[in-house]
Design a protein around this ligand. Structure first.
Ligand code: CA
Length: 234
């Protein structure tokens, strides 16, 4: 990813754990990002306004203000990608963060590989390049959004309109987490956001059509307690 993506890009981390800041600084500066950090929500919000970073890494457990409140405040004036840094087991907070407008999350402790994958996806989605690519290809899976066609190993796969709609939402967010609520809302509408069983059924059907081993999906991954993520590459 290094040079093209990081060129003149500012990443702000709002995080009070010194060891994580150290880890982020070392890695992101090596990737030629301009790295800024704040150890309180107040300082972070101030820096976000002053420096207009291209991406924010946000700890949910800050000393002065809940990270969820920080997302609300940021979303009042900016669409900057926000990747939440959360502790293991905080599924509820992750869902809340995503529904408030965070773009993705990393569960501590995370690796350099996970960090760079999330940053790459978030920056690309923010640049709008995903929306203009109507054909998604990953390994042997090819999805043509414009023509509503799906191919696996070059063979056309028949999907029902709803199955395709579910897949299309995942494709448009490839690499990014999509919460169950976001999927339900996008495919079935606002009043269906609690119908988690609908989604389970359609994901199950899609996996049976697209995955070599539906029990161990390579394309449509489950993000436990939160939602689904379509792998960008395998
Ligand atoms: Ca913390």
């Amino acid at each position: 990813m290094a040079d093209l993506l990081s060129k003149e890009k500012i990443i702000l981390a709002i995080e009070d754990e010194v060891s994580i800041i150290k880890f982020l600084r070392t890695y992101l500066e090596a990737q030629k990002f301009y790295f800024l950090s704040a150890d309180t929500a107040e300082k972070g919000l101030e820096l976000a306004e002053q420096e207009q970073p291209q991406l924010i890494l946000l700890d949910l457990g800050l000393p002065d203000l809940d990270g969820l409140e920080v997302i609300k405040k940021l979303r009042q004036w900016t669409e900057v990608p926000i990747i939440v840094l959360s502790a293991r087991g905080q599924e509820r907070d992750k869902v809340l963060a995503l529904d408030l407008g965070a773009d993705d999350y990393l569960t501590k402790p995370f690796s350099v590989m996970e960090l760079s994958a999330r940053i790459r996806v978030a920056l690309r989605h923010a640049s709008g390049k995903i929306e203009t690519a109507p054909i998604f290809i990953n390994g042997e899976l090819k999805v043509d959004l414009a023509n509503r066609e799906v191919f696996l190993k070059n063979e056309a796969i028949n999907l029902t309109p709803t199955q395709f709609d579910v897949l299309a939402v995942l494709v448009k967010n490839a690499g990014k987490i999509v919460t169950r609520q976001q999927l339900l809302k996008a495919v079935w509408g606002e009043s269906y956001t609690e119908e988690k069983d609908y989604l389970r059924i359609y994901i199950h059907q899609l996996r049976h059509k697209l995955e070599e081993n539906p029990a161990q999906p390579q394309y449509i991954r489950t993000e436990s307690g939160v939602g689904y993520r379509l792998q960008e590459s395998i």
